[in-house]
Design a protein around this ligand. Sequence first.
Ligand SMILES: Cc1cc2nc3c(=O)[nH]c(=O)nc-3n(C[C@H](O)[C@H](O)[C@H](O)COP(=O)(O)O)c2cc1C
Length: 214
Amino acid sequence: MNKFFVFVSFLLIGLLVNAQKPKDLKLNAPDKTGGKPIMEALAVRHSDREFDAKELSLQDISDLLWAANGINRPEGKRTAPSAMNKQDVEIYVLMKDGVYLYDALSHSLNGIVSGDHRSLINPRAQSTSATPPVGLVLVSDLSKFGSNVGDRAFQMGALDAGIVSQNINLFCAGKGFSTVPRMSMDNEGLKKLLNLKDAQIPMLNNPVGYPKKN
Ligand SMILES: Cc1cc2nc3c(=O)[nH]c(=O)nc-3n(C[C@H](O)[C@H](O)[C@H](O)COP(=O)(O)O)c2cc1C
């Protein structure tokens, strides 16, 4: 009887924990064609802080994440370079229904926590147009650099996140989306929500959406 009670309790706890996570999402293969040529994308790149409410399609999100830090070579290297190829930058994706972690290897989104937590990347948002359909939080896992690099780990992690952010900026410029690299966000709130270790530092975020119509 006792064993049965323990089994049922574990089952219920398991179900409750899973109910708080959105379902994992397999992304589409990235479309590596189209967009503006690189010099034209550079010519129009700029920061936008307001967004249209229109949702991004699954294909848009697939292309965005691949451009940000997807795998572009058979040996597993990425669209963004990283110090010592430690691939320390993780991308958390904040959307209306929940938060996901981008898994570059399987090109999929792993559900982390349900619910709309986009206000964590823009706590002082005054208008709904400041809330993007997609918020990308770039977290550098400094433990990937090991102990030999000393205090240079933070510098490496910050630089790596900056490069991923610039991939996002250029993707958006080339494909007609709006974005801005932002350091301001609720770091403590994000660490708690995402259950980050001390070595996982939220460095930057990029809200992404269609340009706001005037
Ligand atoms: C490392 C970094 C941090 C930034 N943080 C913020 C931020 O917290 N909030 C914000 O509105 N813009 C932020 N920006 C965007 C800059 O304000 C913006 O890039 C700058 O004003 C130049 O404008 P442009 O991007 O249109 O060229 C940041 C940019 C960088 C590179």
